[in-house]
Design a protein around this ligand. Structure first.
Ligand code: GDP
Length: 460
């Protein structure tokens, strides 16, 4: 306990910018002694006498020896990122300078920060709740517009407010029921059971929507795992190259040479598609290829979207039909794409292709043909709920807590139905509250916090 207290009140330092050479690096110091200890080694103004949110030029010296000319930004607690005194030192981005500055602070008793420790302190000091703290990490990791938007909304508290409202309503009922328990001799009912039922149904509906949004949320955060499948030589590598517009996959004329999976991401209108190239779907005697084919099926099962590519010159209508039947068994959304249409003169495409609603004719080597394919990909993923501005759950921990809340709520409903006594009802409601509270961090354990913040980078 004492250790824990000390851990959260000592002064810590870490590099806040990315490691490696840059024009400028920023060192962040946080804790009660941040300003006084910086002042000890700073030559310029007396930093202890300066206002919060000001920047000061000067030098940092180790026993009179100048290490660097720096800019020091001061933030006095509680008006800082962590809620403590914070100093940000902008120095020149040399590894040597950074090392010397950090050493100088360590010599004065400052401790090197652990991963996510600044944000953890911000959480412990009530600067934001747990869901918002987690959004900070998501924001840093966001590499598409959709991921950025979802993280930003969560960091600014959109999701937290919604959870807090749900909790408040439940807490009201829990306290009414607990009041009843105090008067249990008198057999009174303060909490109207049918009003409680209505409320639980309402909450359930909202939580159901949040749970359902995770499917989209997961896609937003991690991209859509997309498999390009098809026989050897169908043009899969070519398609991937054209889509990614660079030579990421090896294109070859020899059937079955693309044995390794090449993963890459393509952002289409803010949504990431993670492409996984495959070794082809052909039944084969060749052992190396066979592993590849087996892996293809495994990958396909993990995908959320399959692009099934076939060479229109080599595929009869019957064969195609057979492949499509196989694909449909997987029950994963797919697009069938007929490749190498450039080898046909205009109007000479097979009849069955012309009117087929699910088959997209393209030439994998032509950039011009990528637009309809991209449009089709977006259409299948269908992120309408994202565009309406509704809250989207992107975090698997939140998703699990919501599922547990939902189970607890249905327990409350059955308890009301069965007419159980107030004390049992109160227990079920408390359980639902517990799981909701886990999301925003009203309910936490040290393990949970350690687990969440250890995934952050150092300096955040
Ligand atoms: P994979 O085995 O499915 O990955 O097929 P590749 O991408 O390696 O392509 C096999 C061969 O088909 C290569 O010679 C490509 O240049 C050729 N190819 C791919 N796409 C097209 C296309 O749209 N039109 C034509 N004419 N040839 C293509």
């Amino acid at each position: 306990m004492l250790n824990q207290l000390l851990e959260n009140t000592d002064t810590i330092i870490a590099l806040a910018t990315a490691p490696g050479k840059g024009a400028i690096a920023v060192l962040r110091v946080s804790g009660p002694e941040a300003i006084t200890l910086t002042n000890n080694v700073f030559t310029g103004k007396d930093l202890t006498q300066q206002a919060s949110h000001t920047i000061h030029f000067g030098t940092i010296r180790d026993e009179g020896e100048i290490i660097d000319e720096v800019l020091v930004s001061l933030f006095k607690g509680p008006n800082s990122y962590t809620g403590e005194n914070v100093v940000e030192i902008s120095c020149h981005g040399s590894g040597f300078i950074i090392q010397q500055l950090v050493k100088l602070f360590l010599k004065q008793g400052v401790r090197y920060a652990k991963a996510g420790e600044f944000t953890k302190r911000a959480f412990l000091n009530g600067k934001f709740d747990l869901a918002q703290a987690e959004a900070v990490a998501d924001l840093i990791a966001a590499d598409s517009e959709a991921a950025h938007q979802a993280a930003m909304n969560q960091m600014r508290g959109g999701f937290s407010r919604q959870i807090a409202e749900l909790r408040e309503k439940l807490i009201h009922f829990a306290s009414m029921i607990e009041l009843e328990l105090d008067f249990s001799e008198e057999d009174v009912e303060f909490a109207d059971r049918s009003a409680l039922q209505t409320l639980i149904n309402e909450l359930s509906l909202i939580i159901e929507k949040l749970i359902a949004s995770f499917e989209v949320g997961n896609v937003i955060k991690n991209g859509v795992p997309t498999v390009i499948a098809g026989k050897p030589n169908a043009g899969k590598s070519t398609l991937l190259n054209t889509l990614l517009n660079e030579e990421k996959a090896i294109v070859s004329d020899i059937p079955g040479t693309t044995r390794d999976f090449i993963e890459d991401e393509l952002i289409i209108e803010g949504i990431g598609f993670r492409f996984i190239d495959t070794a082809g779907l052909r039944e084969t005697e060749d052992r190396v290829e066979a592993i590849g084919v087996q892996r293809t099926y495994e990958k396909m099962k993990k995908a959320s979207l399959i692009i099934y590519l076939f060479d229109i010159n080599q595929t009869s209508e019957e064969e195609l039909q057979e492949q499509i039947t196989q694909l449909e068994k997987l029950e994963i959304p797919y697009i069938a794409v007929a490749n190498k249409v450039d080898l046909f003169s205009e109007g000479a495409l097979p009849e069955y292709l012309k009117n087929h609603p699910y088959i997209l004719p393209i030439s994998a080597s032509s950039l011009n043909h990528m637009e309809p394919l991209k449009a089709k990909l977006l259409e299948i993923v269908n992120l309408d709920s994202f565009k309406t501005g509704n809250t989207i759950v992107t975090n698997v921990r939140h998703y699990e807590s919501l599922v547990n809340t939902q189970t607890a709520l249905s327990d409350v409903l059955s308890a009301i139905d069965e007419g159980v006594t107030g004390d049992f009802l109160a227990l079920d409601i408390r359980n639902a509250l517990h799981h909701l509270g886990e999301i925003t961090g009203e309910i936490t354990t040290d393990d949970l916090l350690a687990n969440i913040f250890s995934k952050f980078c150092i300096g955040k």
